[in-house]
Design a protein around this ligand. Structure first.
Ligand code: ADP
Length: 276
């Protein structure tokens, strides 16, 4: 099991600081969520944890090792990233893309072994992509493609998985199935999960702790109950919402309010207001 620790991260693309002196720790086997409005630095932070971007100051450790001291191949044996999207230039089949997840485990010039095919097959089963195995990755819908990227990450058999809005293109069946699957791996096998999501209710449902970012700084960090409050959401998203307790889960639940719907309270027959 691996913890993910960022210390005093400072980062900018150009002149303006995007992340300022940001520190947090996702504990070993923790399901850690990162939320915040568009442009608050979530994806940038995840790319820094993934070693794709280098911070100007600060460090990222996986386990006890600074990622700057790790060979890329060793890093990839531990950490898998599911990006928002990953354009593929070549017309690989789904099976080939998922098999790419095994690459860190193969020696140089080594062909995939029977066990690599078995792991890929299992990853496709778990993500409901087996039926797509022979399809061209570039000819899939956004949701199907996303499931393939998830399968590729699972085929890596990581100890840490980084999720960047990984369910954004998925329908609700596959959203819940995916989060259930990640949670099962998290609980049974100690997979550490760092998940960026814009879906606050999903974050409340699955995350042990949540970090809310505002303009590149940590606004709040803690359990869903501590972070998902009406006042925090108002301060960070500049939006009025209703936060109540979901009676089935006991977790906070966010409902959007629209200032244009002045008759919202009296529309009880029309059903509940939409939730985030
Ligand atoms: P989030 O994931 O919270 O929406 P991002 O990390 O994608 O936020 O972006 C944070 C800020 O960095 C935004 O202002 C965005 O415009 C800027 N940014 C992101 N990528 C780049 C880039 N490649 N070059 C310059 N600015 C960027």
């Amino acid at each position: 099991m691996f913890a993910v620790e960022c210390e005093n991260i400072r980062f900018r693309y150009q002149k303006e600081w995007i992340l300022e002196d940001l520190s947090f720790k996702g504990a070993e086997g923790e399901f850690f969520g990162i939320i915040g409005p568009n442009g608050s630095g979530k994806t940038t932070l995840l790319k820094i944890v993934d070693g794709i971007l280098n911070p100007e100051r600060g460090s990222v450790c996986i386990g006890k090792t600074d990622i700057r001291e790790m060979k890329r191949n060793d890093f990839a044996k531990i950490v898998a990233m599911v990006p928002q999207d990953s354009p593929m230039i070549f017309p690989f089949t789904v099976h080939e893309v998922v098999l790419m997840g095994r690459a860190p485990h193969l020696g140089r010039l080594m062909f995939e072994r029977k066990s690599d095919f078995a792991v890929s097959q299992k990853a496709m089963e778990l993500t409901d992509t087996l039926s797509l195995a022979e399809r061209n990755i570039n000819e899939l819908s956004g949701g199907e493609r996303q499931r393939v990227l998830i399968a590729r990450a699972l085929a890596q058999e990581p100890g840490v998985i980084l999720l960047d809005e990984s369910t954004a293109h998925l329908d609700i069946k596959h959203q819940v199935a995916f989060f259930d699957l990640i949670r099962a791996l998290n609980r049974k096998e100690g997979l550490t999960v760092i998940a960026v999501t814009h879906d606050i209710n999903l974050a409340a449902l699955f995350c042990d702790r949540i970090m809310m970012l505002k303009e590149g700084c940590i606004h709040s960090i803690g359990t869903p109950d501590e972070v998902i409050t009406e006042s925090n959401i108002k301060e960070v998203y500049e939006t009025d919402v209703l936060v109540d307790c979901n009676s089935q889960t006991g977790l906070p639940r966010v409902t959007l309010l629209s200032s244009n719907l002045s008759d919202q309270g009296s529309r009880s027959n029309a059903g509940a207001a939409p939730q985030l």
